[in-house]
Ligand binder design. Structure first.
Ligand SMILES: *[C@@H]1O[C@H](CO)[C@@H](O)[C@H](O)[C@H]1NC(C)=O
Ligand SMILES: *[C@@H]1O[C@H](CO)[C@@H](O)[C@H](O)[C@H]1NC(C)=O
Ligand SMILES: *[C@@H]1O[C@H](CO)[C@@H](O)[C@H](O)[C@H]1NC(C)=O
Ligand SMILES: *[C@@H]1O[C@H](CO)[C@@H](O)[C@H](O)[C@H]1NC(C)=O
Length: 382
């Protein structure tokens, strides 16, 4: 809308303005000026790369990563766009650049998500001899990066620096992508129980959210864990005789992510009471994934568990080692990734991201719905 302000003729400006608010503003509004994004590899648009990312997936910095959309690697763990990229498109904003790219334009948002990142600080995993935990960043690191990003604004918290913090969060959406899947993966081969991870991870997620809300965040989306038991990596890490659920997925892993989401939602419920002027949406990815796994053909997927890019063939086409996963010499990627749900054994295809993000944007699989959050944001601007 601001481009109209440069129009020299006031009358023309007014008529265009009136016209645009009636008809043009509806299909292409900008409900938010910017988005602050947090998360792990499901949301990372380039903070990670081959040498810094999770050890099993060590080829993200080259094709075939990116082959379906960008046609080169952008260090996104997919063949194309991520869930958050489709959110950017729907908000009529450019893709949110990775925080570590210091030359990127962050006017419309910045992405702090890091592939392989945990919710619980890495020191916990080191103390517990967790050899799978190699990425030093955690959710608290991302909050530190955020604080660094807004350092110049003078915002401390909404009570002591209201003007400064209002400016930071004016027209801003805070997006906390799926987090904690890596925390559960990292405890393979250790003595740490998943119950301990649930307790600590939900505690850190809540703590970071609370800090953002205290600073003045008004519109927040928190994505829950996906149905992690349906990912090829889960099949590969458990014994072949491990119990399967109604979808044929690893029952224990799907229960683990479900339980985590329940505990997280209970905390979100408290935060909504504590911060009544904020809108906090829970993104119910777990049920969205299950809907697609249960009705894959309806969403035009022909492969649920077989990875598009990998090696070994068979039902999974996936062997969890840096020498055999997507992009390693001798591996190959499928011709039609949009028919596959799994891209590389852990991360999903652009096709699945598109379907899942549409389900979220349309209003189902979120509580309260995203359209409700948009309506609240529009109301406050009016
Ligand atoms: C990978 O990321 C690290 C940390 O951001 C950076 O220092 C390094 O230069 C990057 N490497 C490549 C090959 O992009
Ligand atoms: C960083 O952002 C700039 C500006 O968008 C872009 O030209 C450049 O390629 C990016 N660098 C990396 C390593 O992606
Ligand atoms: C980690 O490994 C060391 C050496 O094997 C062992 O002494 C220590 O007890 C382990 N720590 C935990 C928390 O299991
Ligand atoms: C788990 O605990 C046992 C018994 O205390 C210990 O011997 C073992 O080293 C621990 N495992 C790891 C990976 O630390």
């Amino acid at each position: 809308m601001s481009s109209f302000l440069t129009f020299p003729l006031v009358t023309l400006f007014i008529s265009i303005f009136v016209f645009s608010t009636i008809s043009l503003a509806i299909p292409n509004p900008r409900p938010f000026k910017k988005v602050y994004v947090f998360g792990d590899s499901y949301t990372d648009t380039g903070n990670t790369n081959d040498s810094t990312g999770p050890s099993i997936f060590h080829h993200v910095s080259a094709l075939p990563y990116g082959k379906s959309f960008f046609h080169h690697s952008t260090n996104r763990y997919s063949d194309g766009r991520l869930f958050i990229d489709f959110i950017a498109e729907s908000l009529n904003l450019p893709y949110f650049p990775p925080y570590l790219n210091k030359t990127a334009d962050t006017t419309h948002g910045v992405n702090f998500a890091v592939g392989g990142c945990t919710t619980i600080p890495i020191s916990f995993y080191n103390k517990n001899n967790a050899s799978l935990a190699v990425v030093p960043q955690s959710l608290p690191t991302q909050l530190t990066w955020f604080k660094d990003h807004i350092k110049g604004s003078g915002c401390k918290n909404i009570v002591s620096t209201p003007t400064e913090c209002t400016a930071v969060f004016d027209g801003a959406l805070v997006w906390i992508g799926e987090m904690s899947a890596n925390d559960y993966t990292n405890i393979y081969g250790t003595n740490v129980t998943s119950k301990t991870i649930q307790k600590l991870a939900v505690m850190y997620q809540t703590k970071i959210l609370k800090e953002l809300l205290k600073m003045g965040a008004k519109y927040v989306v928190v994505q829950g864990l996906p149905a992690t038991g349906c990912f090829p990596l889960s099949f590969a890490l458990v014994s072949p005789t491990a119990e399967r659920d109604d979808l044929g997925c690893v029952a224990m892993k799907n229960k683990e992510s479900y339980d985590h989401n329940m505990a997280l939602q209970a905390k979100l419920h408290h935060l909504r009471t504590e911060f009544p002027s904020a809108v906090i949406v829970y993104g119910d990815d777990w049920h969205a994934y299950r809907e697609v796994y249960a009705n894959a053909a309806k969403y035009e997927f022909t492969q649920r568990f077989k990875t598009c890019c990998g090696s070994g063939g068979g039902e999974l086409n996936f062997i969890p080692s840096p020498l055999t996963t997507c992009g390693a010499p001798g591996t190959s990627s499928c011709k039609h990734p949009s028919r596959f749900m799994s891209w590389d054994g852990l991360h999903v295809t652009q096709g699945l991201n598109k379907v899942l993000s549409k389900m979220f944007l349309d209003g189902a699989f979120a509580q309260p719905s995203f359209p409700h959050l948009l309506a609240k944001a529009a109301e406050s601007k009016a």
